[in-house]
Design a protein around this ligand. Structure first.
Ligand code: C2E
Ligand code: CA
Ligand code: CA
Length: 664
């Protein structure tokens, strides 16, 4: 929404109009005052001139000496303000007239308005103190109207300019302060309200402008906020009244549907789980009302105990429950949740001496947009019905593909976790050797799993499977913990040999990784520089800003970073300048390049010079032949790892072989 005419403009127009009216009134009043003043001055000046010639003129007129009288009148001329002097006899006969300045025409209305010209008349007596008061004649002096006219015009223009300037200054000042004090905060509020989306509008609160807590704007904001709160509470009460189940006090179907509407509108991935309890429906005929209610309430409290507080539990009917699992994206997570719900419901419930072991059928519908609330609800109900057809205590997805996905993933997850529990997973150590001296300087931690035949190895694709089922953080943290434990044990015996631990890209991106590793470092008091993280080049590493923000705090805590499998993909070479920004310490030359040595050494040469440019350490991986070692040594690469020196060993074997001081 745009404002077509701003308040600032309206207020400017208003101020200007009022200013013009008042300026007009002021000018008229002042003009009359000034003109009056000037008339008075002129008249009194003329009066004194007339008095100065009065005696000689009276004598000349008494003697009827006209030339003498004219000569006397001529004396008046130099004063400049008088345009005409007349001598008029008492019978109005004009005896003498003397014009000093040629008469110039002034506008008629000015003459009328200001009573121009200004005239004075002085009686002339025969004696100085006449006994007979009858005057001999009158001396009439008339001021120069043109002079007065010029004075009026110049006064008007001076007044007009002064007042207009004053009005301009005032209206700018007023506009500015109104703008700052009123328009700005109002505009901010108007914009905030205008940009409000319908979802945010409910219960929306305005922030109180800091400088307006005590004025009308503050009052406006406070009243708005109070009304909003009131309206929101009323809305909530209205929408909640009659939407609760009488016994369990859980939201009923109507409220669940209303909440689903909201969820569908926000298009956030979620799962709807419908739990149909056969036991509750069977109990209807067997248990009395009171016992049935107790059973229901027991089941509700069991359900509540396994659901995170963010999820909504509703009672759809006497026997059915609905769960909105907000933010659930993965079907396996919904499945895991449904399994927990099922386990909680299947527990024995002692009701009035009876041991009841309820059964249930659970249906799940996933929501990723593109469904109405009603459709989503129907899907979950239909999945629950299908579960019931499959037998007792079954869980079904509406979409069979989701069912399969969830099953696969949960089985995998279960298998891997049980391997960890049964100690079928272990870390082994592969030495990293200084090829010049033959000394083992560090080791790489490698994951191993015990096979059914008792052998330890890393099964093909295990890391990928761990990543795929979302366990990489769990397993990765366990590997880090084992590595730190090993380092701490060594450091207790004065052995400062570092360990290199592989970090998968997914693990690197996990928000908990950095804080949990930092916590481990301090808990095990790991010496700075003895834990090295091997990260593989990935899209993230190509995005230096993201990588830097993850790796920097670790590096500051004394963790060293090595780029694993370096050289796979030319991207790394193209992005040499990106590499400069990365907080890394070492490059590991990928085995595929070492394999080509000594015949094909081009790539390794490039990597060696690159590491030199960037000031990074180098470790060669997969060295199997003495020729490869010699070639690398000739190129200045001293640290290497490979079957030529040793395969990965169990930690005890590694310690026995490579650590100088024995560990007890
Ligand atoms: P990687 O990090 O490049 O590890 C080096 C792999 O090369 C190891 O295989 C090691 O046993 C093997 N290797 C070392 N020297 C030689 C040699 O001279 N010749 C041959 N042919 N192979 C050699 P492994 O242990 O099977 O690990 C394979 C990959 O699995 C690793 O590659 C790493 O990407 C991943 N991985 C292993 N352990 C872990 C772990 O604890 N965490 C994570 N995230 N990934 C791991
Ligand atoms: Ca590695
Ligand atoms: Ca590698």
């Amino acid at each position: 929404m745009r404002v077509s005419r701003s308040l600032t403009i309206k207020q400017m127009a208003m101020v200007s109009a009022v200013a013009v009216v008042f300026i007009f009134i002021f000018i008229v009043v002042q003009l009359f005052h000034f003109v009056q003043q000037s008339r008075y001055d002129t008249a009194s000046q003329m009066e004194s001139i007339a008095h100065s010639v009065r005696l000689p003129l009276s004598e000349a007129i008494l003697k009827a000496d006209i030339p003498q009288a004219e000569a006397i009148l001529n004396q008046i001329q130099p004063s400049g303000i008088i345009s005409r002097a007349d001598v008029v006899l008492p019978n109005q006969f004009q005896a003498l007239r003397k014009s000093f300045i040629p008469e110039r025409q002034i506008p008629m209305w000015i003459a009328r308005l200001f009573e121009l010209p200004v005239q004075i008349s002085l009686p002339l007596y025969s004696l100085e103190r006449p006994a007979n008061p009858q005057p001999l004649a009158y001396l009439v002096l008339q001021a120069d109207s043109w002079r007065m006219y010029k004075f009026i015009i110049s006064t008007i223009s001076t007044l007009l300019t002064t007042y207009l300037l004053l009005a301009l200054i005032l209206s700018v000042a007023i506009s500015w302060s109104i703008n700052r004090l009123i328009i700005h905060p109002l505009r901010k509020i108007a914009r905030e309200l205008d940009n409000l989306s319908p979802q945010d509008a409910e219960g929306h609160q305005l922030t109180l402008p800091p400088l307006h807590r005590d004025d009308e704007i503050g009052m406006l904001v406070r009243s708005y906020n109070r009304n909003q709160q009131l309206a929101f509470r009323q809305y909530q009460e209205m929408s909640l009244s009659g939407t609760r189940h009488a016994v369990s006090d859980l939201p009923n179907k109507a409220l669940l549907l209303a909440l689903l509407e909201q969820l569908v509108r926000n298009e956030k991935s979620s799962a709807l789980i419908v739990v149909a309890s056969e036991t509750l429906s069977d109990a209807a005929g067997v248990l009395n009302e009171g016992l049935r209610e107790t059973l229901l309430l027991t089941m509700v409290s069991k359900l509540k105990s396994v659901l995170p507080p963010s999820m909504v539990l509703a009672q759809l009917s006497g026997n059915d429950f609905g769960i909105i699992a907000h933010g659930t994206r993965d079907s396996w997570y919904a499945m895991a949740l449904a399994k927990q719900v099922m386990a909680a419901l299947n527990e024995n419930m002692p009701i009035n001496g009876l041991q009841i072991k309820p059964t249930a059928s659970i249906g799940i519908a996933m929501f990723h947009g593109g469904l109405t609330a009603e459709q989503l609800y129907r899907r979950a109900v239909s999945a629950a019905l299908s579960a019931r057809r499959h037998g007792k205590n079954q869980i079904q997805f509406f979409d069979p593909e989701q069912m399969e996905q969830a099953q696969r993933r949960l089985t995998e997850e279960h298998d891997i976790l049980s391997m960890l529990e049964r100690q079928k997973l272990a870390i082994w150590l592969q030495p990293q050797v200084n090829m010049r001296t033959g000394e083992t300087v560090s080791a790489e931690v490698l994951l191993r799993m015990q096979q059914p035949d008792g052998e330890w190895s890393l099964p093909e694709g295990l890391i990928e499977r761990i990543e795929a089922c979302g366990l990489i953080v769990t397993i990765g943290t366990w590997i880090l913990e084992e590595s730190c434990r090993t380092l701490a044990a060594w450091q207790k015996h004065g052995i400062a040999m570092p360990l290199s631990v592989n970090l998968s890209a997914l693990q690197l991106l996990h928000e908990e990784m950095v804080p949990s590793l930092l916590e481990m470092l301090s808990r095990y008091r790991i010496q700075p520089g003895t834990l090295i993280l091997e990260v593989t080049e990935s899209r993230r590493i190509d995005d230096p800003d993201a990588a830097v923000s993850i790796l920097r705090p670790l590096r500051e805590a004394g963790v060293r970073i090595a780029l694993d499998d370096f050289g796979m993909g030319y991207a790394s070479l193209r992005h040499l300048h990106h590499m400069k920004a990365l907080p890394i310490d070492a490059l590991k030359i990928d085995k595929s390049f070492v394999d080509g040595l000594p015949e094909d050494g081009e790539m390794v040469s490039v990597i060696v010079s690159m590491a030199k440019t960037l000031g990074l350490k180098l470790v060669a991986e997969g060295v199997e032949q003495p020729e490869q070692r010699d070639w690398l040594l000739a190129k200045g690469v001293t640290i290497a790892q490979g079957y030529l020196f040793s395969k990965a060993l169990p930690p005890e074997a590694f310690e026995a072989r490579y650590l100088s001081s024995p560990l007890t």
